[in-house]
Structures are given as structure tokens and as C-alpha cells.
Design a protein around this ligand. Structure first.
Ligand code: MLT
Length: 410
């Protein structure tokens, strides 16, 4: 008899965003005239930059000609894309990252889960609470946790609470943890990390032999010039951090799929015999075996992000969403809500009014004003009483959603 990976049975609810979609779809079916505005999942709405579309169109033509046709590409991604990323995203910021340390993939979400393939099951793992649920759920699936308790916390994980009291940045733990997930600008709270704060984590990781998983999927939304975009801006990070980045949010690639993971070749972790093993080699081995690369066409589209036109177009796109974030922040603040984030991140994190639970506020907004957000409790127990609103939508929808919410809260 075939058996299952019973770790999956520890997952008590469906993945957060499909669960929200299920509830919204049920409401929409029962109320076909409702004009629902979706500010829940952080999914982009605006067209792909012209430079990316033009590059992909040319790439399609390449595929139609025997001389320029491409079969399997390198599992790590094409060198011309990796070199542009290394130069523009890292070396230009003083980060000593080489193109050979960059692995192109089809998504940061996938890589955040896949990275666990190269780590043991006996690591102490720290996540913030609230947190992007992929970090937790993929550890549950990998068998790195115990069961979930009544608070919704999994045994074996170290939860680092973040709240308004600590400006949504976790305190460095007093205990030893081996793997640490950090996401800045933060999903879901929109909080940011200073260089000093990241330096404290790098020092911690180096002194404990820990590895930091640094999710920088939203770095392009940073508006404060003092804030670091990459953990490699911090001295010593090459020896303790893996960084995840994505074209999903900065260039509108959520449906096109392209991302990257940086594994410095100086990074090591322990084998069971106590010897140091290079993580780059393991990740390269993993990707070469389980992944055949991102399509040539899509990588050409991603490469165009680094052209002069591409840079101007993504800047406009990011600016557009950040103007949405500003509108959301200002309107909800004017309505008397406690509002966080939305300045260096496309997410606005709101305290629910009148002590409503996250899901009660979700239901109230859905049913009374037909606006969808994301319940804070879906990101962890400490997210209870909060609500996330995404700035990814048209201006018209954002303005209409704010008008409806404000009318209701008056
Ligand atoms: C979110 O809404 O949190 C994002 O869409 C998650 C993701 O990028 O996977």
C-alpha cells in the first residue's frame, strides 16, 4: 500500500491565499451583482513593461529560426541575465556577488520552499510571527516541525513576535537558532530593516554558525535611500546568508515567472561528520537535478528590465503602486485606523477597528463593501487583530475601495 508524507496532515488549513479565494468566490457566486475589489493577495494588475514585452517578442522570433532556436538552457540561468543582475542589483550597491552565485528560477516562493532540500531536519528554525506563510508551511511539509498547537504554532519552530511595540522587527533571540527567515521590506507588515539591524543578525548568524534566508522580493519598493536593498550590503553576509529576489512585483512577472536566488560560494554548513560543506555546490546539484531552468523567452524579458527603457518603465510601475499605497495609508489613517507599512513596501498593515478579529473584519469588508483584504491571523497567531491591504490594483479600484471602506467606517 502506498503511503503519504504524513507531515501534510499537520497543515490544518488550506494555503492562505487559495482559502481567501475560496471564500470570495463563494460570496461572489451567492451575490452575482457584487462588484468585488480584490486587495488581498499581492498580485500585480498593470501590464508588463513595454521593454520586457518587446524583448520577449524578439525571443519568440529567435525560437522560430533554426540558427537562433534554444533547447534546454543552463539550469542556473543564462549568463547574460545573471551578469546583468550581478552588476546592477549587487555590484552597483557594493555587494561582492558574482554572476556564478546567482541562480535564475521560476519564483521566490518556489525557491523559499525548495531551499530546504539542501538542509538537514535537525535545525532549529526561527520565523517571525506574523510571517509569509510559505516559510512555515514548507517546513511543516519537510517534516521539520511538530504538530500545531491551539494558538496555531507548530512545535519545533522558534517564533519571534513582531508587533507595533517593536516596530514589527524581531528581537535577536537569546537562544541559538540555525536557520532564520528574514523578509525586508516585510510581507505582511511593510516594516523595514536598517543596516544596523541586519548587521546584528549577521553577527548573530556568524557567531552561531546559522544561515539567514533573506527574502528581498520587495526591495524595489524601498523609498528611503538609507535602507539596504540586499543583505550583502552588510559586511560578513556572504558567509551566512542566502538571498531570494523576484521579478514578480518590480516588473509585473507574477504570471510570467522569473526570480533568482543568491548562494555565495563562501557559504558553508555542517555535514553530520562535522565537516564544512559548500552550500553553492549542493544547491547547484539540486537545481541541476530537479530543475531545467526558466524559459529562454522569459529570461530575455527579465534581461530587458536592466535596459535603460526597462529601468524607466519599472520605476514608473513601482511608483504607480506606491502611490496606491500612499492613498490607502492616508485614507485609512484619516478614518482613524492605526496604519503601518506602505511607505517602503506595497503592503499596508492595519489594526482592525473595535477589537474585531482579523477574519471578522475580513467578512465585514467583504460582505458590506465588497472589498477583499488579507486577515492578519492568516500570517500567524500574532497577526490576529490586524489586516493587510495590498497596493497592487488599478488606481480606480484602490480609490473606490477606500471610498467604500471610509463610508462604512464613518
Ligand atoms: C502575498 O500576497 O503575500 C504574495 O502574493 C505572496 C507571494 O508573492 O507569493
Amino acid at each position: 500500500m502506498a503511503t503519504i508524507n504524513s507531515n501534510y496532515l499537520k497543515l490544518k488549513a488550506g494555503y492562505l491565499f487559495p482559502e481567501i479565494a475560496r471564500r470570495v468566490n463563494a460570496y461572489a457566486e451567492a451575490n452575482p451583482d457584487a462588484k468585488i475589489i480584490r486587495l488581498g493577495i499581492g498580485d500585480v494588475t498593470e501590464p508588463l513593461p513595454e521593454a520586457c514585452r518587446a524583448a520577449m517578442t524578439l525571443a519568440v522570433q529567435d525560437m522560430g529560426d533554426r540558427a537562433s532556436f534554444k533547447g534546454y538552457g543552463p539550469e542556473q540561468g543564462y549568463a547574460w541575465l545573471r551578469e546583468k543582475i550581478a552588476a546592477h542589483d549587487f555590484q552597483a550597491r557594493g555587494c561582492a556577488i558574482d554572476a556564478s552565485e546567482i541562480f535564475i528560477s521560476d519564483g521566490s516562493k518556489c525557491d523559499c520552499g525548495n531551499i530546504l532540500d539542501i538542509f538537514g531536519h535537525d535545525n532549529a528554525i526561527a520565523v517571525t510571527d506574523p510571517v509569509y506563510p510559505v516559510y512555515v508551511d514548507t517546513n511543516v511539509m519537510a517534516g521539520n516541525t511538530g504538530e500545531m498547537n491551539d494558538k496555531g504554532e507548530y512545535g519545533g519552530l522558534v517564533y519571534l513576535p513582531i508587533s507595533a511595540e517593536n516596530d514589527f522587527v524581531a528581537e535577536i533571540p537569546s537562544e541559538k537558532v540555525d536557520l532564520i527567515y528574514l523578509c525586508f521590506p516585510n510581507n505582511p507588515t511593510g516594516a523595514t530593516a536598517t543596516k544596523e539591524y541586519l548587521k546584528a543578525w549577521v553577527d548573530y548568524a556568524k557567531s552561531h554558525g546559522s544561515i539567514i534566508f533573506f527574502d528581498a522580493a520587495y526591495e524595489a519598493f524601498i523609498t528611503d535611500p538609507e535602507l539596504p536593498h540586499s543583505i550583502y550590503e552588510i559586511e560578513g553576509a556572504r558567509d551566512c546568508a542566502i538571498e531570494f529576489r523576484s521579478f514578480s512585483k518590480n516588473a509585473g512577472f507574477t504570471g510570467t515567472r522569473c526570480a533568482l536566488t543568491v548562494v555565495p560560494n563562501t557559504l558553508t554548513a555542517k555535514a553530520s561528520d562535522g565537516s564544512d560543506v559548500e552550500l553553492w555546490k549542493l544547491w547547484n546539484r539540486r537545481q541541476s537535478t530537479k530543475f531545467n531552468g526558466v524559459s529562454y523567452i522569459v529570461q530575455r524579458g527579465a534581461e530587458a528590465v536592466y535596459s535603460e527603457a526597462g529601468q524607466a518603465q519599472i520605476k514608473a510601475l513601482i511608483g504607480f503602486y506606491m502611490e496606491n499605497a500612499k492613498i490607502i495609508r492616508e485614507q485609512l489613517t484619516a478614518a482613524g485606523l492605526a496604519v503601518y507599512g506602505g511607505i517602503n513596501a506595497p503592503y499596508v498593515w492595519v489594526k482592525t477597528p473595535n477589537g474585531l478579529s482579523s477574519w471578522d473584519f475580513f467578512d465585514k469588508l467583504l460582505q458590506t463593501v465588497n472589498v477583499v483584504g488579507t486577515p492578519g491571523s492568516g500570517f500567524g497567531a500574532a497577526g490576529e487583530g490586524y489586516f493587510r491591504i495590498s497596493a497592487f490594483n488599478s488606481r480606480e479600484n484602490v480609490e473606490e475601495a477606500m471610498k467604500r471602506i471610509l463610508d462604512k467606517l464613518k
